[in-house]
Design a protein around this ligand. Structure first.
Ligand code: FE
Ligand code: FE
Ligand code: ZN
Length: 276
């Protein structure tokens, strides 16, 4: 069964997100655990969580994807920023145990001139401090566009991070089609080649979610600017090939395209029709 949803606002709580997802034909969704620019999370409303869990069970929303704030940078050169990142992630992961068995995605970080090897070591250190053996959430490293000093634009970098994490079984990867294109992986022209390279470097069994975005930029631009499905350099057919590929079609897919709810509803309807 196709698992497809989009990014939703968490402002009105979990139950609202579940109902909103269902109202636009989605059976999964993504949300920010807190303000994407950082800051503190509002207190969990356990009644809302309970209502959401009932609704999700009844409606058939088997999984959701929480996204860490963009500002979380576990490989900053500033010790205070690194500590904040680790504490934010640890807090998010504790809170997520109220909704067990879901996914938590984060941008590996930017090494800001310290070099990619230092960046990788610091990201792994953050994960080794924030993850805990009892947790039921899977933590996903997102594939990045390689903008500036971003870590995670190369598959080998993701592999190096994963190799250093103690709680291996808690870790996975989230592919992002816009980021892959902007990083120079030609998913529109050679999807099989890209997936083979990913399999060799990381292992396709590590893919636990896919962000579905068209890109405003040419292959290898290292820019990271999302476009609506079919309006960018990837095009609708390339997106459909990603979503129907035997190695990916069972994964949950999330739109992060520049849309309001109605636009997301249209993209979901189109992709359901094309990928059914
Ligand atoms: Fe992201
Ligand atoms: Fe993404
Ligand atoms: Zn992006």
């Amino acid at each position: 069964m196709l698992l497809l949803g989009c990014h939703l606002s968490a402002a009105k709580g979990y139950e609202h997100m579940g109902r909103e997802a269902a109202s636009i034909g989605a059976n999964t969704f993504q949300f920010f655990t807190r303000n994407p620019r950082g800051g503190s999370a509002k207190a969990l409303d356990l009644n809302d969580v309970a209502r959401y869990r009932d609704f999700a069970l009844q409606t058939g929303i088997p999984v959701m994807l929480a996204h860490a704030p963009y500002t979380l940078n576990g490989c900053s050169e500033d010790e205070k920023i690194r500590r904040f990142a680790m504490e934010t992630m640890a807090d998010d992961l504790r809170r997520m145990e109220a909704t067990p068995g879901n996914l938590y995605n984060f941008h590996p970080g930017s090494h800001v001139g310290q070099g990619v090897e230092t960046g990788i070591a610091l990201i792994a250190q953050m994960l080794n401090r924030a993850l805990f053996p009892e947790m039921t959430t899977t933590v996903l490293l997102e594939t990045m566009a390689g903008k500036g000093s971003e870590v995670g634009g190369r598959f080998e970098e993701l592999r190096e991070i994963l190799d250093r994490v103690e709680l291996q079984e808690k870790m996975g990867v989230c592919l992002d089609t816009c980021h892959l294109n902007d990083a120079g992986y030609d998913i529109a022209g050679d999807l099989d080649g890209v997936l083979t390279a990913f399999d060799k470097a990381v292992g396709l069994d590590r893919v636990r979610a896919v962000h579905i975005n068209d890109s405003k930029n040419p292959l290898g631009a290292r820019k990271d600017r999302h476009e609506k499905i079919g309006e960018g350099t990837l095009g609708l057919e390339a997106i459909v090939r990603v979503m129907t590929h035997p190695a990916l079609r069972d994964k949950p897919f999330y739109l992060e395209t520049p849309n309001e709810l109605e636009g997301y509803a249209r993209e979901i309807a189109l992709l359901k029709e094309r990928c059914a």
